[in-house]
Ligand binder design. Structure first.
Ligand SMILES: [Zn+2]
Length: 118
């Protein structure tokens, strides 16, 4: 849900928050409904009319109630927008990867932290 869009200097800032009732644990697949906490993420997005775009996203962390799961809390992700530990949107990440590969940066395709690429 978008709460507001403002232009700050040469950039566009979008304030948004997740409103889904549940989040799926990536460890065990359990749907979680109990909210643990909230925090803010700042995510870079593709440019709008040539202007830098940033999303100030309020995200919730849910408890994973499965007793067999090693994860105790789970941060919600927005499909096609965010990914774990990402500071860019999925589309911006893909765009930058394509640019890096086109310029010969084969190292850009390797994941530095071992997590799967979005
Ligand atoms: Zn779990």
């Amino acid at each position: 849900m978008v709460d507001g869009v403002v232009r700050v200097g040469a950039s566009v800032r979008i304030a948004a928050r997740c409103i889904a009732a549940t989040a799926r644990c990536p460890g065990c697949g359990t749907l979680s409904v109990r909210v643990h906490s909230r925090y803010g993420r700042r995510i870079a997005d593709t440019a709008v009319a040539g202007q830098e775009t940033a999303i100030a996203l309020q995200v919730r962390r849910f408890f994973c109630d499965s007793t067999d799961c090693a994860k105790k809390t789970v941060a919600e992700q927005l499909d096609q927008l965010t990914f774990r530990y990402g500071r860019r949107t999925v589309i911006l990440q893909r765009l930058l990867r394509h640019i890096a590969l086109a310029l010969g940066g084969q190292a850009a395709n390797a994941s530095p932290n071992g997590w799967p690429r979005p």
